[in-house]
Design a protein around this ligand. Structure first.
Ligand SMILES: [Zn+2]
Length: 500
């Protein structure tokens, strides 16, 4: 075992015995493949007046239910009961050597719901959990009211581009996958803009289990579940999925399970989440797709990397993505309701009917100005504010919009911390826009007529266009910019801002 990081973490048992989950964990005894096993799960009651609905969350391959903390919090906070199993082979559940199948995982989940007295459910599956969720839905068509798939694996039959691998090969890879730096890099790769506060604790769990004396059993289960993903496609059965499906995919996500064994020419197609999800929604009878240009949400080992220097369009992290899940789940699950909901954990409390909130959470808004990649990505990402290039259709290159992360109308509603940060950002952003564009004046404009969510325009007053002052701002047609001009200007302004 190699060790390339200086810190020494304590070993963690392969059932994450010493790892604290965000909510109480209980166990359901089951018989799987003639073996006695105990499935760990969290059953979180509504944190407010119950709405009578239950959501089941199905985790991905590298995690257990614990990483859904924010999603659970948001859903329970608006009245849902949330059931989160650690599937057999994952998390606090045992790691038996048995024949893993999505049918088995789905049957275990159904047994858990029976045990808990839960009938109909909405199901959310992330990554490998997306395959589990599809199989569960196909096996329980009368039980699943809504299916949400977030960057699901299984949008393609991986056997079409990857040769089969022996149990020995897969086990050998897993049991030697213990280098802390490699594991950290892998988990960090889940994020377009990695925040150590978010990814490091997730990586620590995977590093610590490699230090357990039982790690070979973990590695065996990990290898067997890779075989399950490879050998048990769900793709051909998409036309049989009965309930409405919401498919959320990230354009920056290129993960291919067992992609290291794929022919290089096959890799791009197997990990093309945008193209594959487009085909998927045409085969799923009642599907809606949301794509987010800034979401990776999956590591992409060996996958084509973004062009060096290219800044992802909408930097975003799993925590914020979780709020997107929650909002869409709430809207999807409460179909028919038109009441806007306050969503997400504090301090933001986004609103489902606000286009700026929706844009920040990576959701479609229906506005052509907002549903496009932000040229050059966010210029400022601070605790309380975001800044990005203004819409190309109504601004010259170098026009920046600074917006509150929280749904707040104006200065009067801001907290002292928000006001202080606003002042400090404006102090640096005005000179940065001047330096990048070469103008003498930066006009400031905040009207909040189209969205009642604080956003302030920083408009460089150029020699082009008509008039000065309000005439310049109000000219018709408005000044415009090309994507490449705006992208180059965003990068320049960010450089100036970061140097100030
Ligand atoms: Zn808002």
């Amino acid at each position: 075992m190699t060790s390339t990081t200086p810190e020494s973490l304590p070993a963690l048992g392969i059932c994450l015995e010493e790892y604290e989950y965000p909510y109480p964990v209980r166990f359901l005894p089951l018989t799987n493949d003639l073996q006695q096993v105990s499935m760990a799960y969290m059953d979180v009651p509504p944190g407010t007046e119950p709405n009578g609905k239950t959501v089941v969350l199905m985790h991905g391959k590298a995690f257990g239910g614990y990483y859904f903390r924010n999603v659970i919090e948001a859903l329970a906070g608006t009245g849902y009961r949330v059931v989160v199993p650690d599937q057999i082979g994952w998390g606090k559940s045992p790691k038996p050597d048995l024949h893993y199948s999505f049918q088995l995982l789905a049957a275990n989940t159904a047994a858990l719901l029976d045990h808990l007295g839960v009938g109909e459910v909405a199901v959310l599956g992330h990554s490998t959990g997306g395959m589990t969720a599809v199989r569960f839905t196909l096996m329980n068509p009368d039980r699943v009211t809504h299916l949400v798939l977030e960057d699901p694996l299984g949008l393609v039959d991986y056997r079409t581009g990857i040769p089969p691998q022996s149990e020995e090969t897969l086990y050998d890879h897993e049991v030697h996958w213990t280098d802390p730096a490699t594991i950290r890099g892998y988990v960090k790769g889940y994020f377009v803009h990695p925040d150590p506060k978010v990814w490091e604790p997730l990586a620590d769990v995977l590093v610590r289990v490699t230090l357990s004396a039982d790690y070979p059993r973990w590695a065996r289960a990990a290898a067997l579940t890779f075989q399950m993903i490879y050998q048990q496609p769900v793709r051909y059965e998409y036309p049989h999925i009965a309930p409405p499906v919401l498919l959320i995919v990230g354009a920056e996500d290129h993960v291919v399970p067992l992609g290291q064994y794929a022919a290089p020419a096959e890799l791009a197609g197997l990990g093309d989440f945008i193209g594959l999800s487009e085909a998927a929604v045409s085969d799923i009878p009642r599907a809606t797709r949301v794509s987010d240009t800034g979401v990776r949400a999956h590591p992409a080992p060996g996958a084509p990397q973004p062009v060096p220097g290219r800044v992802p369009a909408v930097p975003r992290q799993l925590t914020r993505l979780s709020r997107a899940f929650s909002m869409e789940v709430q809207m999807s699950v409460s179909s028919g309701e038109t009441q806007p909901v306050e969503v997400g954990p504090p301090p933001y409390y986004h609103r489902s009917d606000c286009n700026i909130c929706r844009k920040q959470d990576g959701l479609k808004t229906g506005s052509v100005l907002l549903d496009v990649p932000v040229p050059g990505g966010y210029i400022v990402e601070s605790e309380h504010f975001l800044a990005e290039h203004a819409p190309l259709q109504e601004s010259s290159a170098g026009t920046v919009i600074l917006e509150a992360r929280r749904h707040v109308l104006d200065f009067g509603e801001m907290t002292p911390a928000e006001l202080a940060e606003f002042g400090s950002i404006a102090h640096r952003l005005v000179p940065a826009v001047k330096a990048a564009t070469g103008v003498q004046r930066v006009y400031l404009l905040a009207v909040m007529e189209r969205a009642p969510h604080f956003h302030l325009w920083f408009v460089p007053k150029k020699d082009e266009g008509e008039g000065r002052g309000a005439d310049y701002l109000a000219q018709r047609p408005p000044l415009t910019s090309s994507y490449s001009e705006a992208e180059a200007m965003s990068i320049k302004i960010r450089e100036q801002f970061e140097q100030s």
